[in-house]
Design a protein around this ligand. Structure first.
Ligand code: BG6
Length: 428
């Protein structure tokens, strides 16, 4: 089936950094070579400058200039697309959240929501529980949910997909995946970069909404969810939702909110309370996870770029190693920290690692390639359902409320700080 891909926001930051390179790579790999790409713009956009030297994209991409706030313009767009029954249309909204609402209704009113049309939405899906519910109802009134694809690109990272595969495929993990063996779980996404010129977006977002609410909650769900006897990938969204629904509301007194030095100046808002670092501690009501603290931490301008899940096991004596690491990026893989005998005449222990990593020449598809390919093929398991979005906001809403109401302290940390240093600062 031929795909026509309509991109709103084709000149934006996400499109330039992720979407267009992903499309180029997909086409280079001989996938969907009859795809047609139409970028919607307000006019004045230079397509050659936007696409650069990318023959694969140049030969199949065109621009359609329109006023995105006027219904008749969408009629003109529909006629321009001229979708045939044997074709499918993917509408990708890579626009600020305020624009999404209006574009969705105008698309619907102009009947660009037919049964061979899919709507791809970028996060954030709302800014809190109430706005996410309102957005869901709004989208539901124009598009059938089965044809709405909510992108959380962390779900599509190769190692994130491997969490379910490792858990399902290895008896070793299934026996110890509970509170009998595990003391606590940490999901960490530490970034070296700051906000990189996205000040306006970030001021309204902050680390909790930008990364923790979606990306980290989804990784946590993949760790906590029930793995059915034999893994059916299509069941995974339902299982993730169950896991998210079993989480209790976050306790605001266990949350840490911090901002890197110089941020307020960078965004030209001296009184900014936007957090560039957040840590929350969650708990699950699932009997398998009762009593296991679940810590989620993310921040910008930190000492390292690393996303990983650390599963810490109960020790039977103090000197034991006890950690399994699922490393999402970089150096994707799985690592088990071990304590081994140090070679030599003495009877001493030393730390060692048992590691799975991908071969050096393995090419892991970028997460955006994966989401595009899956959306084209109608595979929904790597997309966030509206239920998951709402469950995640529900868990985090108490922290948002507390930050709104009280004057919760905002720590300031130096750039390149370590997570441990910020957390210990919060306790001192
Ligand atoms: C995005 C956030 O969703 O994820 C960014 O908006 C963040 O602030 C990015 O930097 C991180 O993604 P990745 O794939 O680079 O880890």
């Amino acid at each position: 089936m031929k795909t026509k891909l309509l991109i709103f926001g084709i000149s934006g930051d996400l499109s330039r950094r992720k979407l267009l390179p992903a499309l180029q790579s997909i086409i280079r790999h001989d996938q969907f070579s009859d795809m047609e790409i139409i970028g919607v713009s307000r006019g004045g956009l230079d397509l050659d400058e936007l696409l650069g030297n990318t023959p694969e994209l140049q030969e199949r991409t065109s621009l359609f200039s329109m006023d995105m706030a006027t219904l008749t313009e969408y009629d003109r767009l529909r006629k321009h697309i001229a979708l045939k029954p044997e074709e499918q249309l993917l509408i990708y909204l890579s626009v600020p959240p305020v624009a999404t609402r209006q574009i969705v209704s105008l698309l619907g009113e102009a009947e660009l929501n037919t049964s061979n049309t899919k709507l791809l939405l970028e996060k954030p899906f709302g800014v809190d529980l109430a706005s996410a519910k309102a957005m869901k109802e709004h989208v539901d009134s124009y598009f059938d949910d089965a044809r709405v694809y909510r992108i959380d690109h962390y779900l599509a990272k190769e190692m994130a997909q491997n969490i379910a595969a490792f858990r399902a495929g290895n008896a070793l993990f299934s026996h110890i995946w509970n509170n009998q063996a595990i003391t606590d779980i940490e999901v960490i996404a530490s970034e070296k970069i700051g906000i990189e010129g996205r000040g306006q977006f970030y001021e309204q977002t902050g680390a909790l909404r930008d990364v923790l609410q979606g990306h980290l909650m989804q990784l946590l769900a993949l760790v906590l969810m029930e793995i059915p006897g034999s893994l059916d990938w299509n069941d995974i969204p339902k299982k993730r939702l169950e896991a998210l629904s079993q989480l209790r509301g976050a306790n605001p007194s266990l949350a840490v909110r911090a901002q890197y030095e110089g941020y307020a100046k960078e965004v030209n808002n001296p009184g900014s309370l936007t957090e560039t670092f957040v840590s929350v501690e969650l708990a699950s009501d699932n009997p398998l996870w009762r009593g296991v603290p679940l810590r989620l931490v993310t921040g910008k301008a930190l000492e390292t770029k690393i996303t990983e899940i650390r599963i810490n096991f109960k020790k039977t004596h103090d000197a034991q190693a006890n950690r399994l690491v699922l490393r999402i990026q970089p150096n994707e893989g799985v690592e088990i920290e071990l304590s081994a005998k140090k070679p030599g005449y003495e009877r001493e222990f030393e730390p060692r690692h048992l590691a799975f990593s991908y071969p050096k020449d393995a090419i892991l598809p970028d997460a955006y390639e994966q989401v595009l390919v899956d959306a084209i093929r109608s595979h929904k398991s790597l997309f966030t359902s509206s239920g998951e979005v709402l469950a995640s906001w529900q868990v985090l809403q108490p922290v948002l409320d507390a930050w709104e109401m009280e004057n919760t302290p905002l720590l300031v940390y130096p750039k390149e700080a370590s997570i441990a240093a910020i957390l210990s600062q919060s306790q001192g």
